[in-house]
Write a protein that binds this ligand. Sequence first.
Ligand SMILES: *[C@@H]1O[C@H](CO)[C@@H](O)[C@H](O)[C@H]1NC(C)=O
Ligand SMILES: *[C@@H]1O[C@H](CO)[C@@H](O)[C@H](O)[C@H]1NC(C)=O
Length: 292
Amino acid sequence: MELVIHGLLFASIHSLLFTYFANSQAFMEDVKIRFYYDDLVTSYTDYHLNSSIDIVSHPKFELDRPTVLYIHGWLERVDTSESIIAISNAYLQRNEHNVLVLSYEKLALMFYPIVVRNIPRVGKSAAFALLEMFRKGLDISRFHVIGFSLGAHVSSHIARTLRHASYTIPRITGLDPALPLFYQKNTKQLTKKDAKFVDIIHTDGGVFGVKVSAGHADFFPNGGQRPQLRCGRLFEIFDICSHFAAPHYYAESVTAKETIFVATNRLNSSDTAPMGYNCPATASGNYDLVVR
Ligand SMILES: *[C@@H]1O[C@H](CO)[C@@H](O)[C@H](O)[C@H]1NC(C)=O
Ligand SMILES: *[C@@H]1O[C@H](CO)[C@@H](O)[C@H](O)[C@H]1NC(C)=O
């Protein structure tokens, strides 16, 4: 028993020290873009950011298709992440897009504040990699970035860097953008300034996700707060189900055969818009809906 406790203590001290003193270059070298093709999440090729240009010349990359880039959140590993699997599977099933995932798993597994501090660097490095791809023919006018939790803020930093090179992302979707250490005075996070159209899905507002409106169109399924109706028990302190409901709702909207998740503008009941994949860039304001 004592050995186990010592082992655990050692492991946590080691991880904390590693987190504080690790050369953050190591985190950056681990940032990759994964390109999924065919119809299974098991078919993919990983690219270091310095070889992003090779993605565009992959035989399965189709320049005449729209491209989606998904960015995961804290503590998610690229191979096992629930949100990556849900979203990529949905797009692969739809079979109309080039499907890319930005992975930064070494960093994502670190102590939360350290991850937050490095988010701008991840976004900036990814933006430079994307710039290479745009210059090689990737069509930015059909480029959609989807960021979950901390990934939503990575997308904001990608957008800021691209804008300095005069590229504007047409659409960013924020899936329950992370709240802790964001949306305070002097912090930088996903806002509606980051793309021509920013849509947000709130599912755990006030805990893991931001509660206030942050996009052009903000969707509040089941009030935008925990517990989401599919998540069961009420006072679950360790409920991550509600936070993860955002990527699951989004994935469902990608494969739905008919229009689902129709939401109503809070200030105008004759203004409705579908939440998720089919949300039009004309949607504006706060939208409510019930998702069972
Ligand atoms: C690209 O980056 C990876 C990881 O940092 C590195 O191992 C590799 O040597 C680099 N390749 C080139 C061509 O610079
Ligand atoms: C309410 O929404 C409808 C449908 O989008 C629109 O035609 C109408 O102008 C809106 N009303 C107000 C007061 O904005």
